[in-house]
Design a protein around this ligand. Structure first.
Ligand SMILES: *Cc1c(COP(=O)(O)O)cnc(C)c1O
Length: 373
């Protein structure tokens, strides 16, 4: 690795954080956070409850959440939602699409639950997509709207001919807030706020259909032991009062509320989607045109608008590229651990400016020219 490689200042992006979670956070959101009078005050009093109320209303507006669907929140991030799926939403048998590390973790959690049958997996190799199809007796279908480890975007339609009371539980952690989605076809659309919402980690949010709420109530009345921290009915009862079961990170709530305002000012969800598509398109086009790079996801129709994974030819060592970028302040373009290929992975969330992505491609050209063997 050439540690002496110094990128010309005029090539550098203005914002140099391209992580896929946590993502870059807007500087003015951080400045406002520093001045927040709500930090260090009770989450059971009006100022923080109003903040939670604004967030729930902001998500409802941005994602055009239909009448009857409710927005719950709690502590533990999307990882907790995998456990909550298993504890409170799956009755006995789930089918899962598994096409990368995050979708695999969701299925693994179901496998570990002693009261559930093993997850029925539909599997694709990294870079591909495999969605579950209808199976009689399956009461929940799980997959991710965006597989963050590889940069594959999936559809969100209910499997045709699924049992009428089967639920769809969709992990939207890295894409909720970046693209338009038909929530009316989804029973549980869940995410953490440190990705497309450019806040910080620690919380989960779940948009729940009437059927999902009824299922959680049914299972909470059953014999099943459900720890309070995973109990969706308790989370929902608190959320309806703009509270959480236990203490939330108020800083995360502040950042999220500010970003929701910013996304609305950007022009709402269609403007967000256009911006992300433009940013990731710049990278995909760059890779396609470059003799030593290519988009990792071969099928262009599956390429994520928010997580662009680029694979290099063998004579370009991605580790050296990543190190050279980091030496120049460009952070977190690492591939997902476990996927292990000769790649970079670039967050193209709404917070990221397409101009900065353009600048990143110029930096990549500069680095590759100097390090390619
Ligand atoms: C990041 C991510 C998670 C995990 O989120 P945490 O907030 O770290 O628990 C789960 N699913 C997907 C698709 C993700 O991108």
């Amino acid at each position: 690795m050439n540690t002496a490689l110094s990128l010309p200042a005029d090539l550098l992006p203005a914002v140099r954080d391209f992580g896929c979670g946590p993502t870059a956070i807007r500087k003015d959101a951080l400045a406002k956070l520093g001045a927040s009078s709500r930090l260090g005050s009770s989450h059971r009093q009006a100022p923080v409850k109003d903040l939670v109320g604004d967030i729930r209303a902001g998500i409802r507006d941005l994602l055009e959440v239909p009448e009857g669907w409710e927005i719950a929140l709690g502590n533990g991030g999307a990882t907790a939602m995998w456990a909550i799926n298993a504890a409170c939403l799956i009755r006995s048998r789930a089918a899962c699409g598994v096409y990368g590390s995050f979708t695999a973790k969701c299925a693994d959690e179901i496998d570990r639950a002693p009261h559930l049958g093993a997850a029925i997996r539909t599997v694709a190799d990294p870079g591909g997509l495999a969605l579950p199809t209808a199976i009689p007796g399956v009461d929940a279908y799980c997959w991710a709207h965006n597989e963050t480890s590889t940069g594959v975007r999936a559809g969100t339609e209910r499997p045709a001919n699924a049992d009428p009371d089967a639920l769809t539980l969709i992990d939207a952690t890295s894409i909720a807030g970046a693209v338009a989605v038909d929530i009316s076809a989804i029973d549980c659309y869940y995410f953490s706020p440190q990705k497309a919402f450019a806040a910080d980690g620690g919380l989960w949010f779940a948009i729940l259909s009437p059927a999902a709420i009824a299922r959680a109530e049914e299972l909470s009345r059953s014999e099943r032991w459900i720890p309070s921290i995973l109990d969706l009915t308790q989370a929902l009862a608190n959320s309806r009062k703009n509270q959480t079961l236990n203490t939330p990170a108020i800083a995360t709530l502040e950042l999220l509320a500010d970003q929701l305002d910013w996304l609305a000012q950007l022009g709402g969800i269609d403007a967000c989607e256009a911006r992300c598509t433009r940013s990731s398109g710049i990278l995909y086009d760059w890779a396609q045109a470059h003799p030593l790079a290519r988009p990792f996801v071969a099928d262009a129709s599956l390429r994520s608008p928010v997580v662009a994974t680029i694979e290099f030819a063998d004579n370009v060592d991605a580790t050296a590229v990543i190190a050279a970028l980091r030496d120049n302040g460009i952070r977190d373009v690492n591939p997902y651990r476990g996927v292990g290929a000769n790649q970079i992975r670039v967050g193209c969330f709404p917070v990221i400016s397409p101009d900065d992505v353009e600048a990143l491609t110029a930096c990549l050209d500069y680095v590759i020219e100097r390090i390619a063997a």
